[in-house]
Design a protein around this ligand. Sequence first.
Ligand code: ARG
Length: 584
Amino acid sequence: MEPSPVTRLSEEIEHTVADAIRRSFPDVHDPDALVRGSDHADFQSNAALPLAAATKQRSRDIADALAGELAPDSMLADVQVAGPGFLNLTLTGDAIWRQVEARLEAPELGLSRPAADTVTVIDYSSPNVAKQMHVGHLRSTVIGDTLARLTVCLGAQVVRQNHVGDWGTQFGMLIQYLDEHPGSGWDATGDAENNIARLDALYRDARNEFDTDDAFAQRSRDRVVALQNGDEETTRVWRTLVDVSADAFQTLYDRLGIGLDRADIAGESTYNPLLDDVVRELVDAGVAVESDGALCVFFDEITGPSGDPVVLIVRKKDGGYGYAATDLATLRYRVRDLHANEILYVVDARQSLHFRLIFETAARMGWVDDTVSPRHIAFGTVLGADGTPFKTRAGDTVPLASLLDDAVQGARAVVATKNPDLEAAELDSIARAAGIGAVKYAELSTARNTDYRFDVAKMVALQGNTGVYLQYAYTRTAAILDKADDASGRIDDTLALEPAERALALHLDGYESALRDAWQTHEPHRLASYLYSLAKLFSAFYENCPILPSAPALRANRLQLTRLTQRTLRHGLDLLGIDVLDRM
Ligand code: ARG
């Protein structure tokens, strides 16, 4: 049986206000309590404003009437009417303390599971075979992984799909090139990362030759046909390319702590056997039509960058299928076979038009309806620290492994300065957690639609909205609880709360709302900014409210608040895929 969740204070207040509305205005159905956070009290309700419009009375009078109904009780200490009719609501101290205790006692902080009974497919990371992952893939990988963890936490069944680019005419070209250059220095043995770096370079050489040598281009095309027809030797080489690449991707996932493995790979080639059937379905439905020898879906209502209506080419003139056909087959498979209710495509914003056309085609086919929503979870570009496109001096993409090395090194310097007594081995493992955490946090604390600058010095800073700052906040909770010896004392709910305690306790209770918000908008930065506020509120509490030296009852309450902060921080950072340490 599912443990029953702890009702959020904001929700309880909503019920209380809604009940008051029902008593005062029995004719109003389904009243909206419009409860929000407030700068003047613990919460505020704006319900009087729409009620005034509906009942043609003055909002101030309505607020007065509701305030009369909301007599102080065990939950509400005070109700004040302000402005045109806002209700400022202040909770009793014991309601707040009881809530802290309830969350500490409940499994998993008393969170509820609003996503239960749904299946969410998340297409993320999705790098390309024989090419190094670039920073764009890093964004997809980190954002996608957090969305997966968050969605699991809220109760959904999540299917991770790594849609690697493992098919297409470029493989004919590369395989042909490897065949013609046996001394190219590539033999699929050795270190995975070096292998893929080498392949990436050979790929560029092959492209060069393809563009300048017609005879080679023709041999490459023949090789594509051989690959499509399952020619044994060609397929063997192709499989080696796929394996070597998958090893390199996995090395990076492991280093980053990403929850993807081999079993999550469902690359483009997976859908080859479905393409003919998908296209037949499109033609039978009249959704795809022939035009100039190609098979197309037309969109009069959607215009491309040039302002002309766009066309989705499902099958090329030469009979070949491309990225579009594969994505149509993929979407149909995710709906029909994986039974998805929601499908998230965590992909670069530059592919928006592509996904719009795919989703629209699927809607015309009736593959998606009210019970299934495919969504493009778009993200912006990663720029260098100076705001220019992220490239090496030679104009190449920067290998991700070297980026991570830089971050770990930067974190190491920061940690060593702060704590010069650390032993080398401990410093290494802290630097790893802090450096990797810093990269992930920088990614996840930025609104995903915007571009961001990859600036190691900023990422690993001790102060400001950084992963390192949050990890330090966590170590502070650990140090206090460690020193306290007995941190399990019970809460005394009759004690009054200091403002810093109250602010912290209310924020802790808002954790679930922050999770829901990040989940519904698919915006992890909302969770990151919640955690940053939590760390700041904890630090204000720590500075203003002595913990260990306080009298026993007060000390026990403050220790419990510290424990709940610690658990919430750990839980939230875990959803962001960031490790916590007891000591840094
Ligand atoms: N491999 C593609 C790229 O590197 C991303 C694939 C995204 N997923 C998809 N279903 N199209 O740009």
